[in-house]
Design a binder for this molecule. Structure first.
Ligand code: SF4
Length: 317
């Protein structure tokens, strides 16, 4: 972890603030009571902060899904401009906030990140839209991990999102520090097995980039590395990929493990492969032997500790 506190943007209503059109909120207990201990929230309500009142008339997206208008349902007031102007100002300000991720409210015509209802001129909806503010955010900050609170109920998506958030935070720290080739190599080495759990191809492409670091200006190197790094982590991991990584890790231990220990480790990895135990079980056992036999190279792998253990994310995947 870096010294800077990890900051996440969040739709304000998810924190329990009564900013919704109906005067209510959508407090999410996992976010406020669990994740909130590890991050500093940067709450935003695009509608209220654009000057709309609470409560207010409900609104929806209308027209071209790629460039919809934000229209109130009863009085047909067009609110696209005030929200777009607010987004422009706010995103400028958020540049300074160094966000490592953003959690949006699902389905909202301002905050939804996918499958938001867009109505055509005949009043027929299709779930093809993106909220106005969410769209402007991702265009401005394409690498920042985003999710909505609905998708975060899925343990696999939750683990992946929070892993990406912590990785992005470490990468931001690297990009801020005086950049040396050695620092990039160390960063890449520490993330080796985490990257392999997502995409072997991206891991190799990143390795080639690091090996040719001298060809790039530091800012260009950071940009290229960051883009590919975040792309790799967004690739879905699978049990098979995780088993492959675990077997690589066992490979580093095999000279030291007694045959009984090796058999136990193999059996636990098999159990994980068959879905009998969650990922935390083989990872904890590997971590134990890595500490016991002081295998420094593996001990420093982010794969073994990608996010705070108290979040218990690997207990459910
Ligand atoms: S979904 Fe977005 S715009 Fe709507 S109340 Fe929540 S923060 Fe405000």
């Amino acid at each position: 972890m870096t010294a800077n506190r990890l900051r996440l943007g969040i739709s304000r209503c998810l924190l329990g603030e009564q900013v919704r059109y109906d005067g209510g909120h959508k407090r999410d207990r996992f976010l406020t009571d669990v994740l909130g201990h590890y991050v500093e929230w940067v709450p935003v309500c695009p509608e209220v902060e654009a000057g709309l009142s609470t409560p207010r008339e409900a609104m929806r997206l209308v027209g071209d899904p790629e460039k919809p208008q934000l229209i109130t349902i009863k009085s047909a007031r067009n609110l696209t401009k005030p929200v777009a102007l607010f987004a422009e100002r706010k995103l400028e300000a958020l540049e300074q906030s160094d966000l490592s991720g953003y959690i949006f409210k699902k389905d909202s015509p301002s905050c939804g990140i996918e499958r938001v209802r867009v109505f055509n001129q005949q009043g027929m909806p299709s779930r093809t839209g993106v909220g106005l503010f969410a769209r402007a955010f991702t265009e401005r900050f394409p690498l920042v991990p985003i999710e909505d609170e609905g998708r975060l109920c899925d343990p696999v998506l939750r683990d992946n999102f929070i892993e990406r958030v912590f990785c992005y935070h470490r990468w931001q720290a690297l990009a801020r520090s005086p950049l040396t080739r050695k620092a990039v190599v160390l960063f890449h080495t520490a993330h080796k097995y985490l990257l392999l759990a997502h995409s072997g191809d991206c891991y190799q492409a990143l390795g080639r980039l690091v090996a040719q670091a001298h060809r790039y200006r530091p800012t260009e190197l950071v940009e290229r590395y960051g883009t590919l790094f975040m792309k790799a982590l967004a690739v879905k991991t699978t049990r098979r990929k995780q088993v492959n990584v675990l077997q690589h890790l066992v490979g580093h231990l095999k000279e030291r493990l007694k045959s009984r220990e090796r058999a136990e480790l193999d059996s636990v990895i098999r159990d994980y492969h068959q879905g009998l135990v969650p990922l935390i079980v083989p990872v904890t056992l590997v971590r134990h032997y890595v500490a016991l036999y002081e295998i420094d190279y593996v001990r420093d792998q982010v794969y073994l500790n990608p996010h705070p253990k108290e979040l218990m994310l690997r207990n459910y995947v």
